[in-house]
Design a protein around this ligand. Sequence first.
Ligand code: GRF
Length: 189
Amino acid sequence: MLSGRGSNFEAIADAAARGEIPNAEIVAVVADIPSAPGLERARHRGLPAYAIDRNAFEDRRAHEREVLRVLESARPDIICLAGYMRILSRTFVDAYPGRILNIHPSLLPRHAGLDPQRRALQEGDVESGCTVHVVDAGMDTGRVILQRRVPVLPGDTPESLSARILVEEHALYPAAIAEVLAALPPPRV
Ligand code: GRF
């Protein structure tokens, strides 16, 4: 699920195509913003891509109901938030307990929430990084699966730090997905 450019989605799709995430198949790409470039990238790859416009629904609950309906037919084992810029309700999270992952550009629990790279610089952090975690009903609070560190360098701007972290995100997310999938119970036959 994404809301924007979709570089993490592409990194995941590339890693899956290279066989680096065993037994992985992307069954749906869902965006809450129809103009999200990531959605176009998904269509280009021939993946099932769904624009479910957050502004076309009365409230978050109604929007989530439609997302859940689409997911129900796609039947994913796990859901990966990749730049999905909307907090999920408890109802949504409870529909896939322990099976929703998110990537965040900080070393959680440090700098949960918006603009973590800017805050890392403002607070004089000497290192930063990224985290893949399980999603719970809080904001960036669920169990950490994997992290990667990067240094904060003199003269860094939020943009330069974000770019350094993003390189690591693209390796971290596929690795975390592979770990989570390997730990899932085998499918019932
Ligand atoms: C990434 O920095 C991710 O950590 C954060 O949102 C950004 C999404 O980038 N949650 P992209 O859309 O995957 O390029």
